[in-house]
Design a protein around this ligand. Structure first.
Ligand code: UT7
Length: 325
C-alpha cells in the first residue's frame, strides 16, 4: 500500500539571538514573566537581508543530506509560511531554484500560520498517496520577527525566526497498517469565525501594508488546548492507537504551558514530549520540523517510533498527523 515515508529532516536557526533580558530592555516585561508564562528563554532573529527562502533552503539542504538525496531528486515542494519573501511569487519557487530542482516538478506555498507545517504535510502526503508525486520536500519557514509590533509586550516576546524541513518518499512495502513506517493519517481543521483572535492587521487587498500581529492570548490559549487535544484523539482513534503506543508527541512550540496541558489531557508523560520552545520561541510553521530535527539528531526519535504531531494557529486552523518515523 502506497504511503509517505519520512526519509530525513533538517532545521535552521539564524545566528542572532534575542534573550528575554534583551527584550526587557525594549518593552515593559521581565525575563521571569516570559519564562514562567511561556517557557521561552530566547528566540533567533534573521540577519539583515536574510529571507524566509534562505532559511527554508538551509533547512531543506540538511533534510536532503539526511535522506541521502539531491534537490534534483525531488518532485514537489510544499512550503508553509506566513512570511513570504514577496507577496508573489511563492517563496517555494525560490527554494526550488536554490536546491537545484531546475524546472522539474512544482513548488507551492501554503498559508495556515502556526498550523502550516501540518497543512503542508497533509497536502504532500495526499499528493504522494494519489500517485502524483514520488518525493516531496515539506518545509515550514518563517521570518516572523518582521511581523511583530516591538511596542506590544503581549506579542513581541513570543515569536522568533527559523525553518525546518522533512523529505517524504512514496513507499509501497507495507500493508497499510499502523505497524508500517510512514504517515498513517493527517487531520486538518479550521473555523474562520475565530479569525479575529489572532491575525495580522495588514495585507495587499486591505491596507496594502504588511501589518503586525494582533492576538487575544487568553482565548487563543483556551482554544489551543481543546482543539489540539481533539485533533490528537481523532488521529489516535482513526489508527486504533492508544497513548502507550505513542512514542513521542512533537507539538507546535508556542507555549510550554499549552504543551504541558495538552499532554496531561491525553495522559502522555512529560518524557514522551519533545519541547524546544525555550530555545527558539514560537517559530510558527517552522516549529514542528525544528523540534522533530532536534529529537531525531539527539537520538531520542529512532526509526520505527510512532510520533504524533499537532498544531493550532491563526484562522483558527488546527490539525494533527500520526507517523511512524
Ligand atoms: O501558535 C499559536 C499562537 N499563539 C499562542 O498559542 C499563544 C497563546 N497564548 C499564550 O501563550 C498566553 O495567553 C500568553 C503567553 C500570550 C499570555 O499569558 P497569560 O497567562 O494568558 O497572561 P495574560 O494575557 O492573562 O496576562 C496576565 C498579565 C496581564 O496584566 P494584568 O492585566 O493582569 O495586570 C498582562 O498585561 O500579564 C501582563 N502581560 C505581561 N507582563 C509582562 C502580558 N504580557 C506581558 C509581558 N510581560 N510580556
Amino acid at each position: 500500500m502506497r504511503r509517505s515515508l519520512m526519509l530525513g529532516c533538517g532545521s535552521y536557526l539564524p545566528e542572532k539571538i534575542l534573550t528575554n533580558d534583551d527584550l526587557a530592555k525594549i518593552v515593559d516585561t521581565t525575563g521571569e514573566w516570559i519564562e514562567q508564562r511561556t517557557g521561552i528563554k530566547k528566540r533567533h532573529m534573521a540577519a539583515a537581508g536574510e529571507k524566509t527562502s534562505d532559511m527554508a533552503t538551509a533547512a531543506a539542504n540538511k533534510a536532503l543530506a539526511m535522506a541521502g538525496l539531491k534537490g534534483s531528486d525531488i518532485d514537489a515542494i510544499f512550503l508553509a509560511t506566513t512570511t513570504p519573501d514577496n507577496t508573489f511569487p511563492a517563496t517555494a519557487v525560490t527554494v526550488q531554484d536554490n536546491i537545484g530542482m531546475g524546472g522539474k516538478g512544482f513548488a507551492m506555498d501554503l498559508q495556515a500560520v502556526c498550523s502550516g507545517f501540518i497543512y503542508a504535510l497533509a497536502t504532500a502526503d495526499n499528493f504522494i498517496k494519489a500517485g502524483q508525486v514520488n518525493r516531496a520536500l515539506v518545509i515550514g519557514a518563517e521570518h516572523f520577527t518582521n511581523l511583530l509590533d516591538w511596542t506590544d509586550r503581549t506579542t513581541c516576546v513570543l515569536f522568533g525566526d527559523g525553518a525546518g524541513a522533512v523529505v517524504l518518499e512514496a513507499g509501497n512495502d507495507g500493508k497499510g497498517t499502523k505497524a508500517d513506517r510512514g504517515i498513517l493519517s493527517t487531520h486538518l481543521h479550521s473555523e474562520g469565525a475565530y479569525r479575529n483572535l489572532l491575525y495580522v492587521d495588514g495585507g495587499p487587498s486591505s491596507t496594502k501594508t504588511t501589518g503586525v500581529v494582533k492576538m487575544n492570548g487568553k482565548e487563543v490559549f483556551r482554544h489551543a488546548v481543546t482543539r489540539m487535544s481533539e485533533a490528537i484523539l481523532e488521529a489516535m482513534h482513526e489508527n486504533d492507537v492508544d497513548a502507550s503506543e505513542v512514542k513521542w508527541l512533537v507539538p507546535h512550540q508556542a507555549n510550554k504551558r499549552i504543551i504541558d496541558a495538552t499532554a496531561e489531557k491525553l495522559n502522555l508523560s512529560p518524557d514522551q514530549v519533545v519541547v524546544t520552545v525555550a530555545e527558539h520561541g514560537n517559530t510558527s510553521a517552522a516549529s514542528i520540523p525544528l523540534a522533530l530535527s532536534v529529537a531525531v539528531n539527539d537520538g531520542r526519535i529512532q526509526r520505527g517510533d510512532l510520533i504524533l504531531m499537532e498544531a493550532m494557529g491563526g484562522g483558527l486552523t488546527w490539525g494533527a498527523a500520526l507517523a511512524r518515523w
